[in-house]
Write a protein that binds this ligand. Structure first.
Ligand SMILES: *Cc1c(COP(=O)(O)O)cnc(C)c1O
Length: 439
């Protein structure tokens, strides 16, 4: 039994399943999750002292690589001044300005601690602004774990093949309409079926929790036009894509592609905390000003704008310059190319899809022609991925423990890290071929 097994057994005695977030349990790939004790650049070290090239990057925040010296230094300096005051500090406005200045359509920002809080607050704001109750979300999009947003939600729910969650009252679930993604006609029909009742449409700026599924050309513009026409707000969830899929998030990618991508509300998380708990809801000043204390919508947080977390966020966004995104894009392209070559050589049908610098791999013949919605994403060959995942892990490459997640690189993934991944690919591709359903 390895130290990882021992740690899991111990954790299981107090923590449900031994984990504090379900995907960490390796449910869909099997085997024992690794317990990590440190991270440096592109590398993680587990409790046995073994190194892995990390392709999870904390699910996104480690844009610069783990333990970037300038981020660690900013955190050290903040920590030495005290941890939490329950009052405002000077860094909060600076972080809010950094988010505003690099985003599309963001005039005001409220800082919270998790992406779940950010989307929950965005929904409450949209309901208050419109006086309506219904919310539209798209199947396979993940917006955190608040009651109203868990239906057909991708991420861990895709991994565990759950349609939603127990414990969500039917009356609350009934306020969320789940529509197929990339289907403007379905949205048009929903507006027609519920005239004057839809408060908001929430969408991932590019879906990245069912694998990466970017909006089809014109879909974002159609969302904007339909919501505007029908008096509903558009909420763009950039918790994952923000400042990762590109310097201005996926909103910037869409604007550059000529889309009308200015949402009323935009949510952020992951990268903006650089690895500490910071998330945000931003958007139109008139809507954000509905928040207490300026308006009637209540929202609060003991740790909101925490000075240590804010220091990590400011340092990360300051360091995330054009060179960082250039390196991230170059590493992603090199890795995707190597994966495609290895899988093709081994005869594994697959499809690689992109959202800016972010990509994921879909597995099996059912998805090889491309994935535009959740129904198609769910037809992928998860057994092939599980075999690939474990072969890579055995060779010292830590991929996301689910086929439905994006592959996360950092600006610290250098030639040595990529070489180590490349060396592991042929055997992993062969393992995937051997495990492929029907093989
Ligand atoms: C991760 C994520 C969330 C939830 O953020 P947490 O900080 O885990 O609560 C919301 N939306 C999207 C798109 C995400 O990827």
């Amino acid at each position: 039994m390895s130290v990882n097994d021992t740690l899991l057994e111990r954790a299981k005695l107090t923590i449900p399943g031994g984990v504090n977030s379900p995907v960490r349990a390796f449910g869909s790939v099997g085997g024992t999750p690794r317990f990590y004790v440190s991270g440096q650049g592109a590398t993680l070290t587990d409790a046995t002292g073994r190194d892995y090239v990390d392709l999870v990057a904390g699910w996104g925040p480690a844009l610069l690589g783990h333990a970037h010296p300038d981020v660690i230094d900013a955190v050290h300096r903040a920590v030495s001044r005290g941890l939490s005051f329950g009052a405002s500090g000077p860094g909060e406005a600076e972080l809010a300005e950094l988010i505003r200045d690099r985003s599309v359509g963001v005039e005001r920002v409220r800082l919270v601690s998790t992406g779940t809080e950010a989307t929950m607050t965005a929904i409450r704001l949209a309901r208050a602004a419109t006086g309506r109750d219904l919310i539209v979300k798209f199947a396979g999009h993940y917006h955190g774990h608040s009651d109203g947003l868990l239906a057909q939600a991708g991420s861990g729910l895709a991994t565990f093949a759950l349609p939603g969650s127990a414990g969500v009252p039917a009356d609350i679930a009934a306020l969320t309409l789940v529509l197929p993604y990339n289907d403007p006609a379905a949205l048009e029909a929903a507006f027609a079926a519920h005239p004057g009742r839809i408060a908001a449409v929430i969408t991932e700026a590019a879906a990245a929790n069912m694998g990466v599924v970017p909006p089809a050309p014109g879909f974002t513009t159609a969302l904007r036009e339909l919501t505007r026409r029908e008096g509903a707000l558009l909420i763009s969830d950039e918790v994952l894509t923000g400042f990762r899929s590109g310097p201005r998030g996926y909103g910037g990618v869409l604007v550059d592609a000529g889309e009308d991508a200015t949402a009323d509300l935009v949510t952020f998380g992951k990268v903006i905390g650089g690895g500490l708990p910071v998330a945000a809801v931003g958007g139109r000043a008139d809507v954000l000003d509905l928040l207490a204390p300026t308006g009637p919508v209540y929202q609060a947080g003991t740790l909101s704008g925490n000075p240590v977390a804010v220091a990590a966020g400011i340092a990360t966004l300051h360091l995330a310059d054009a060179e960082v995104y250039r390196r991230l894009a170059a590493a992603a392209e090199a890795l995707a190319e190597a994966v495609a070559v290895a899988l093709t050589a081994a005869g594994v049908p697959h499809r690689i899809q992109w959202a800016g610098t972010l990509f994921s791999v879909f597995w099996g013949p059912e998805v090889a022609a491309g994935v535009a919605d959740y129904a198609t994403a769910q037809r992928q060959d998860t057994a092939a991925y599980a075999a690939f995942f474990h072969a890579m892990l055995d060779a010292g490459v830590a991929l996301p423990p689910s086929a439905f997640e994006a592959w996360f690189l950092t600006a610290a993934h250098d030639a040595a890290a990529l070489d180590r991944i490349r060396a592991a690919l042929p055997a992993a591709a062969a393992a995937a071929a051997a495990a492929a359903s029907g093989a």
